[in-house]
Design a protein around this ligand. Structure first.
Ligand code: NAD
Ligand code: ZN
Length: 352
Protein backbone atom coordinates (compact mmCIF):
# COMPACT_ATOMS: atom_id res chain seq x y z
CA UNK A 1 0.00 0.00 0.00
CA UNK A 2 1.02 3.64 -0.42
CA UNK A 3 2.07 5.52 2.73
CA UNK A 4 3.78 8.79 3.66
CA UNK A 5 6.85 7.75 5.63
CA UNK A 6 9.63 9.40 7.59
CA UNK A 7 12.30 7.18 6.09
CA UNK A 8 15.47 8.62 7.65
CA UNK A 9 16.72 11.01 10.33
CA UNK A 10 16.66 14.18 8.22
CA UNK A 11 14.07 16.73 7.02
CA UNK A 12 11.38 15.58 4.58
CA UNK A 13 8.79 12.86 4.04
CA UNK A 14 8.44 10.31 1.24
CA UNK A 15 5.53 8.43 -0.26
CA UNK A 16 6.60 4.81 -0.67
CA UNK A 17 5.09 1.33 -0.94
CA UNK A 18 5.00 -0.44 2.43
CA UNK A 19 3.54 -3.82 3.48
CA UNK A 20 -0.10 -3.90 4.66
CA UNK A 21 -0.30 -3.36 8.46
CA UNK A 22 -0.30 -6.47 10.61
CA UNK A 23 -3.60 -6.82 12.43
CA UNK A 24 -3.34 -7.59 16.18
CA UNK A 25 -6.01 -9.79 17.86
CA UNK A 26 -7.78 -6.80 19.48
CA UNK A 27 -7.34 -4.46 16.52
CA UNK A 28 -9.41 -3.27 13.58
CA UNK A 29 -8.05 -2.63 10.09
CA UNK A 30 -9.22 0.71 8.73
CA UNK A 31 -9.29 1.90 5.15
CA UNK A 32 -8.32 5.57 5.54
CA UNK A 33 -10.94 7.87 3.99
CA UNK A 34 -9.52 11.25 5.09
CA UNK A 35 -6.57 12.41 7.14
CA UNK A 36 -5.63 15.87 8.38
CA UNK A 37 -2.36 17.66 9.12
CA UNK A 38 -1.45 18.76 12.65
CA UNK A 39 1.45 20.96 13.77
CA UNK A 40 3.15 17.83 15.14
CA UNK A 41 3.37 16.43 11.60
CA UNK A 42 5.14 19.62 10.50
CA UNK A 43 7.67 19.16 13.31
CA UNK A 44 8.29 15.59 12.14
CA UNK A 45 8.65 16.69 8.52
CA UNK A 46 11.06 19.49 9.49
CA UNK A 47 12.96 17.07 11.76
CA UNK A 48 13.29 19.65 14.54
CA UNK A 49 14.81 18.88 17.96
CA UNK A 50 11.44 17.65 19.32
CA UNK A 51 11.04 15.21 16.41
CA UNK A 52 14.62 14.02 16.75
CA UNK A 53 13.99 12.95 20.34
CA UNK A 54 10.48 11.49 19.92
CA UNK A 55 10.44 9.74 16.51
CA UNK A 56 12.46 6.77 15.28
CA UNK A 57 12.45 6.27 11.49
CA UNK A 58 11.23 4.49 9.51
CA UNK A 59 7.64 5.24 10.54
CA UNK A 60 4.37 6.02 8.74
CA UNK A 61 3.44 9.57 9.81
CA UNK A 62 0.04 11.14 10.64
CA UNK A 63 -2.46 10.73 13.47
CA UNK A 64 -5.71 12.52 12.53
CA UNK A 65 -8.08 10.43 10.41
CA UNK A 66 -11.38 8.82 9.69
CA UNK A 67 -11.87 5.56 7.89
CA UNK A 68 -14.02 2.49 7.40
CA UNK A 69 -13.52 -0.81 9.25
CA UNK A 70 -12.54 -3.46 6.68
CA UNK A 71 -11.25 -6.27 8.94
CA UNK A 72 -11.21 -7.23 12.62
CA UNK A 73 -8.88 -9.30 14.79
CA UNK A 74 -10.47 -12.31 16.57
CA UNK A 75 -10.64 -10.50 19.93
CA UNK A 76 -11.68 -7.06 18.63
CA UNK A 77 -14.91 -5.76 20.15
CA UNK A 78 -16.56 -2.62 19.01
CA UNK A 79 -17.10 -1.29 15.55
CA UNK A 80 -18.39 -3.67 12.91
CA UNK A 81 -17.08 -4.02 9.37
CA UNK A 82 -18.35 -1.15 7.22
CA UNK A 83 -18.63 1.33 10.14
CA UNK A 84 -17.19 4.85 9.65
CA UNK A 85 -14.90 5.72 12.57
CA UNK A 86 -12.57 8.47 13.74
CA UNK A 87 -9.50 7.53 15.70
CA UNK A 88 -8.18 8.54 19.11
CA UNK A 89 -4.47 8.82 18.37
CA UNK A 90 -3.25 8.00 21.88
CA UNK A 91 -2.97 4.24 22.27
CA UNK A 92 -3.02 3.71 26.05
CA UNK A 93 -2.29 0.64 28.15
CA UNK A 94 -5.56 0.47 30.14
CA UNK A 95 -3.51 -1.03 32.99
CA UNK A 96 -1.51 1.79 34.62
CA UNK A 97 -2.76 3.79 37.61
CA UNK A 98 -3.79 6.69 35.34
CA UNK A 99 -5.77 4.50 32.97
CA UNK A 100 -7.45 2.77 35.91
CA UNK A 101 -8.53 6.03 37.51
CA UNK A 102 -10.16 7.74 34.52
CA UNK A 103 -7.03 9.64 33.47
CA UNK A 104 -6.09 7.70 30.36
CA UNK A 105 -4.87 10.91 28.68
CA UNK A 106 -1.96 10.79 31.18
CA UNK A 107 -1.18 7.07 30.59
CA UNK A 108 2.52 6.48 31.21
CA UNK A 109 2.66 3.90 28.41
CA UNK A 110 1.01 6.02 25.72
CA UNK A 111 2.05 5.36 22.13
CA UNK A 112 0.89 7.99 19.65
CA UNK A 113 0.01 7.02 16.08
CA UNK A 114 2.49 8.52 13.64
CA UNK A 115 4.93 9.33 16.49
CA UNK A 116 5.55 6.13 18.48
CA UNK A 117 3.89 3.60 16.12
CA UNK A 118 2.85 3.59 12.47
CA UNK A 119 0.39 6.34 11.66
CA UNK A 120 -2.44 7.13 9.29
CA UNK A 121 -1.00 8.83 6.18
CA UNK A 122 -1.59 5.58 4.35
CA UNK A 123 -4.24 3.62 2.54
CA UNK A 124 -4.78 1.37 5.58
CA UNK A 125 -3.94 1.41 9.29
CA UNK A 126 -4.45 -1.07 12.14
CA UNK A 127 -5.52 0.39 15.50
CA UNK A 128 -6.87 -1.11 18.73
CA UNK A 129 -10.65 -1.49 18.41
CA UNK A 130 -10.93 0.61 21.59
CA UNK A 131 -9.36 3.58 19.73
CA UNK A 132 -11.99 3.57 16.97
CA UNK A 133 -14.78 6.08 17.64
CA UNK A 134 -17.96 5.32 15.64
CA UNK A 135 -19.23 8.27 13.61
CA UNK A 136 -22.66 8.83 12.13
CA UNK A 137 -22.52 7.56 8.52
CA UNK A 138 -23.51 11.00 7.16
CA UNK A 139 -20.65 12.87 8.86
CA UNK A 140 -18.42 14.51 6.19
CA UNK A 141 -15.03 12.83 6.07
CA UNK A 142 -13.18 16.13 6.64
CA UNK A 143 -15.03 16.80 9.88
CA UNK A 144 -14.71 13.19 11.05
CA UNK A 145 -10.95 13.37 10.43
CA UNK A 146 -10.30 16.57 12.36
CA UNK A 147 -12.27 15.51 15.45
CA UNK A 148 -9.11 14.31 17.19
CA UNK A 149 -7.74 17.87 16.98
CA UNK A 150 -11.14 19.35 17.88
CA UNK A 151 -10.90 17.28 21.07
CA UNK A 152 -7.89 19.36 22.16
CA UNK A 153 -10.03 22.49 21.86
CA UNK A 154 -12.99 20.91 23.66
CA UNK A 155 -10.71 19.73 26.46
CA UNK A 156 -9.07 23.16 26.89
CA UNK A 157 -12.34 25.12 26.82
CA UNK A 158 -14.18 22.80 29.19
CA UNK A 159 -11.71 22.61 32.09
CA UNK A 160 -12.20 26.25 33.22
CA UNK A 161 -15.75 27.61 33.53
CA UNK A 162 -16.42 29.74 30.42
CA UNK A 163 -20.21 30.08 30.72
CA UNK A 164 -21.19 33.73 31.23
CA UNK A 165 -17.55 34.79 31.46
CA UNK A 166 -15.03 36.89 29.54
CA UNK A 167 -12.61 34.67 27.67
CA UNK A 168 -9.32 35.41 25.90
CA UNK A 169 -8.04 32.92 23.31
CA UNK A 170 -4.37 33.57 22.50
CA UNK A 171 -3.32 31.92 19.21
CA UNK A 172 -5.92 31.30 16.50
CA UNK A 173 -4.43 28.34 14.70
CA UNK A 174 -6.85 25.49 14.02
CA UNK A 175 -7.11 24.57 17.71
CA UNK A 176 -7.50 28.20 18.81
CA UNK A 177 -10.35 28.91 16.39
CA UNK A 178 -12.07 25.67 17.40
CA UNK A 179 -11.72 26.76 21.05
CA UNK A 180 -13.40 30.05 20.13
CA UNK A 181 -16.32 28.07 18.70
CA UNK A 182 -16.54 25.86 21.80
CA UNK A 183 -16.40 28.84 24.19
CA UNK A 184 -19.23 30.44 22.18
CA UNK A 185 -21.28 27.23 22.30
CA UNK A 186 -20.72 26.92 26.05
CA UNK A 187 -22.12 30.40 26.62
CA UNK A 188 -19.12 32.71 27.04
CA UNK A 189 -20.16 36.33 27.59
CA UNK A 190 -17.32 37.91 25.61
CA UNK A 191 -14.61 36.28 23.51
CA UNK A 192 -11.43 38.13 22.60
CA UNK A 193 -8.97 36.42 20.26
CA UNK A 194 -5.35 37.34 19.52
CA UNK A 195 -3.03 36.21 16.75
CA UNK A 196 -0.16 37.70 14.77
CA UNK A 197 -1.89 36.63 11.52
CA UNK A 198 -4.84 38.65 10.20
CA UNK A 199 -5.90 35.60 8.14
CA UNK A 200 -6.28 33.59 11.34
CA UNK A 201 -8.04 36.46 13.14
CA UNK A 202 -10.61 36.56 10.35
CA UNK A 203 -11.23 32.85 10.96
CA UNK A 204 -11.60 33.48 14.69
CA UNK A 205 -14.21 36.14 13.95
CA UNK A 206 -16.07 33.73 11.69
CA UNK A 207 -16.05 31.08 14.44
CA UNK A 208 -17.56 33.44 17.00
CA UNK A 209 -14.94 35.82 18.47
CA UNK A 210 -16.42 39.21 19.45
CA UNK A 211 -13.15 41.11 19.30
CA UNK A 212 -9.88 40.26 17.61
CA UNK A 213 -6.51 41.87 18.18
CA UNK A 214 -3.18 41.50 16.41
CA UNK A 215 -0.29 42.20 18.82
CA UNK A 216 1.82 43.31 15.85
CA UNK A 217 -0.50 46.28 15.27
CA UNK A 218 -2.49 46.69 18.50
CA UNK A 219 -2.02 46.31 22.26
CA UNK A 220 -3.69 43.14 23.54
CA UNK A 221 -3.77 44.15 27.23
CA UNK A 222 -5.05 47.69 26.51
CA UNK A 223 -7.75 46.30 24.22
CA UNK A 224 -8.91 43.87 26.89
CA UNK A 225 -8.91 46.50 29.64
CA UNK A 226 -10.95 48.82 27.36
CA UNK A 227 -13.65 46.26 26.63
CA UNK A 228 -13.83 44.89 30.18
CA UNK A 229 -14.13 48.21 32.04
CA UNK A 230 -10.65 47.71 33.43
CA UNK A 231 -11.51 44.32 34.96
CA UNK A 232 -9.63 41.98 32.64
CA UNK A 233 -10.63 38.47 31.60
CA UNK A 234 -12.02 35.61 33.67
CA UNK A 235 -10.53 32.84 31.54
CA UNK A 236 -7.41 32.48 29.40
CA UNK A 237 -7.27 29.71 26.78
CA UNK A 238 -3.62 29.72 25.64
CA UNK A 239 -3.26 28.16 22.19
CA UNK A 240 -0.09 29.77 20.77
CA UNK A 241 2.86 28.72 22.94
CA UNK A 242 4.28 32.21 22.21
CA UNK A 243 5.95 33.71 25.34
CA UNK A 244 4.62 37.21 24.58
CA UNK A 245 1.06 35.87 24.21
CA UNK A 246 1.36 33.94 27.48
CA UNK A 247 2.49 37.10 29.24
CA UNK A 248 -0.30 39.19 27.68
CA UNK A 249 -2.82 36.54 28.70
CA UNK A 250 -1.73 36.42 32.33
CA UNK A 251 -1.39 40.21 32.55
CA UNK A 252 -5.03 40.48 31.39
CA UNK A 253 -6.28 37.77 33.78
CA UNK A 254 -8.45 38.94 36.69
CA UNK A 255 -7.66 37.94 40.25
CA UNK A 256 -9.19 34.52 40.83
CA UNK A 257 -9.15 33.85 37.09
CA UNK A 258 -8.52 30.53 35.35
CA UNK A 259 -5.92 29.77 32.68
CA UNK A 260 -5.93 26.59 30.56
CA UNK A 261 -2.65 26.12 28.69
CA UNK A 262 -2.44 23.92 25.57
CA UNK A 263 0.16 25.73 23.39
CA UNK A 264 3.65 24.27 23.57
CA UNK A 265 6.55 26.65 24.17
CA UNK A 266 9.61 25.41 22.32
CA UNK A 267 11.92 26.41 25.21
CA UNK A 268 11.71 27.40 28.90
CA UNK A 269 10.32 30.92 29.25
CA UNK A 270 10.69 33.88 31.59
CA UNK A 271 7.46 34.25 33.55
CA UNK A 272 6.39 36.41 36.51
CA UNK A 273 4.91 33.65 38.67
CA UNK A 274 4.35 35.98 41.66
CA UNK A 275 2.28 38.60 39.83
CA UNK A 276 0.69 36.37 37.22
CA UNK A 277 -0.39 33.44 39.39
CA UNK A 278 0.35 33.63 43.12
CA UNK A 279 -0.84 37.14 44.07
CA UNK A 280 -3.79 36.77 41.68
CA UNK A 281 -4.88 33.52 43.22
CA UNK A 282 -5.14 32.22 39.68
CA UNK A 283 -5.86 28.59 38.77
CA UNK A 284 -3.65 27.20 36.02
CA UNK A 285 -4.38 23.97 34.14
CA UNK A 286 -2.00 22.12 31.82
CA UNK A 287 -3.97 20.50 29.02
CA UNK A 288 -2.77 17.40 27.23
CA UNK A 289 -4.63 15.36 24.63
CA UNK A 290 -8.27 14.46 25.12
CA UNK A 291 -9.80 13.03 28.29
CA UNK A 292 -10.86 9.46 27.50
CA UNK A 293 -13.64 9.54 26.67
CA UNK A 294 -15.46 12.56 28.16
CA UNK A 295 -14.11 14.92 25.53
CA UNK A 296 -15.18 12.62 22.67
CA UNK A 297 -18.74 12.44 24.04
CA UNK A 298 -18.84 16.22 24.43
CA UNK A 299 -17.53 16.64 20.86
CA UNK A 300 -20.25 14.39 19.55
CA UNK A 301 -22.86 16.45 21.40
CA UNK A 302 -21.49 19.80 20.22
CA UNK A 303 -21.34 18.65 16.58
CA UNK A 304 -24.62 16.70 16.44
CA UNK A 305 -26.61 19.46 18.17
CA UNK A 306 -25.26 21.98 15.65
CA UNK A 307 -23.87 24.09 18.53
CA UNK A 308 -20.51 23.98 16.75
CA UNK A 309 -20.10 23.96 12.96
CA UNK A 310 -16.52 23.18 11.98
CA UNK A 311 -17.03 23.32 8.21
CA UNK A 312 -15.65 26.90 7.82
CA UNK A 313 -12.27 25.84 9.16
CA UNK A 314 -11.75 23.17 6.48
CA UNK A 315 -10.00 25.44 4.00
CA UNK A 316 -7.93 23.07 1.82
CA UNK A 317 -8.29 19.54 0.45
CA UNK A 318 -5.55 17.56 -1.36
CA UNK A 319 -5.02 14.06 -2.67
CA UNK A 320 -2.62 12.23 -0.31
CA UNK A 321 -0.32 11.83 -3.34
CA UNK A 322 0.01 15.64 -3.19
CA UNK A 323 1.14 15.61 0.46
CA UNK A 324 4.11 17.92 -0.23
CA UNK A 325 1.82 20.72 -1.44
CA UNK A 326 -0.56 20.07 1.45
CA UNK A 327 2.32 20.45 3.93
CA UNK A 328 3.48 23.67 2.24
CA UNK A 329 -0.03 25.10 2.67
CA UNK A 330 -0.05 24.09 6.34
CA UNK A 331 3.41 25.60 6.87
CA UNK A 332 2.32 28.90 5.28
CA UNK A 333 -0.23 29.52 8.05
CA UNK A 334 -2.71 30.83 5.44
CA UNK A 335 -5.13 27.99 6.12
CA UNK A 336 -7.42 26.35 8.60
CA UNK A 337 -7.44 22.55 8.58
CA UNK A 338 -5.78 20.88 5.59
CA UNK A 339 -7.34 17.51 4.72
CA UNK A 340 -5.80 14.79 2.51
CA UNK A 341 -7.58 11.89 0.80
CA UNK A 342 -5.76 8.63 -0.06
CA UNK A 343 -8.46 8.09 -2.72
CA UNK A 344 -9.29 11.45 -4.36
CA UNK A 345 -12.79 10.04 -5.08
CA UNK A 346 -13.47 10.27 -1.32
CA UNK A 347 -12.91 14.07 -1.23
CA UNK A 348 -15.93 15.87 0.25
CA UNK A 349 -15.14 19.11 -1.57
CA UNK A 350 -12.98 20.40 -4.44
CA UNK A 351 -9.31 19.38 -4.35
CA UNK A 352 -6.57 22.02 -4.66
P1 NAD B 1 -0.65 26.56 15.18
O1 NAD B 1 0.82 26.67 15.19
O2 NAD B 1 -1.37 26.36 13.89
O3 NAD B 1 -1.29 27.85 15.87
C1 NAD B 1 -0.61 28.70 16.71
C2 NAD B 1 -1.10 30.11 16.41
O4 NAD B 1 -0.49 31.00 17.32
C3 NAD B 1 -0.75 30.57 14.99
O5 NAD B 1 -1.92 30.98 14.29
C4 NAD B 1 0.22 31.73 15.24
O6 NAD B 1 0.10 32.75 14.28
C5 NAD B 1 -0.25 32.19 16.62
N1 NAD B 1 0.73 33.03 17.31
C6 NAD B 1 2.09 33.03 17.20
N2 NAD B 1 2.61 34.01 17.97
C7 NAD B 1 1.57 34.62 18.58
C8 NAD B 1 1.46 35.70 19.49
N3 NAD B 1 2.54 36.35 19.93
N4 NAD B 1 0.22 36.08 19.90
C9 NAD B 1 -0.89 35.43 19.47
N5 NAD B 1 -0.85 34.40 18.59
C10 NAD B 1 0.37 34.00 18.17
O7 NAD B 1 -1.01 25.39 16.21
P2 NAD B 1 -2.36 24.59 16.48
O8 NAD B 1 -2.35 23.34 15.69
O9 NAD B 1 -3.54 25.48 16.41
O10 NAD B 1 -2.08 24.18 18.00
C11 NAD B 1 -2.01 25.19 19.00
C12 NAD B 1 -0.91 24.92 20.00
O11 NAD B 1 -1.26 23.78 20.78
C13 NAD B 1 0.46 24.59 19.40
O12 NAD B 1 1.46 25.15 20.23
C14 NAD B 1 0.50 23.08 19.46
O13 NAD B 1 1.84 22.61 19.49
C15 NAD B 1 -0.21 22.83 20.76
N6 NAD B 1 -0.85 21.52 20.91
C16 NAD B 1 -0.78 20.96 22.12
C17 NAD B 1 -1.45 19.77 22.36
C18 NAD B 1 -1.45 19.21 23.73
O14 NAD B 1 -1.87 18.06 23.91
N7 NAD B 1 -1.02 19.97 24.72
C19 NAD B 1 -2.17 19.15 21.34
C20 NAD B 1 -2.25 19.78 20.08
C21 NAD B 1 -1.59 20.98 19.88
ZN1 ZN C 1 -2.03 3.48 30.99
Amino acid sequence: MRAVVKTSSEPGLEMIDVPMPELGPDEVLLQVKATSICGTDLHIRNWDPWAQTHVTPPIVVGHEMCGVVVDKGPKADGPEIGQLVSVESHVVCNRCAFCRTGKGHLCENTKILGVGRDGVYAEFVAVPAANAWPDPPDMPYSIASLQENFGNAVHTASVPLVSGRKVLVTGCGPVGVMAVAVARALGARLIIASDVSDYRLAMAKQMGADITVNPATGDVVDTIMDVSEGEGIDVLLEMSGAPSAINEGFTSLKSGGEAALLGLTSAPLEFNLDDHVIFKGASVYGIVGRRLWIDWYQMRGLLRSGAVDLSPIVTHRYALDDFDRAFETMASGECGKVIMFPDPQDADGPLE
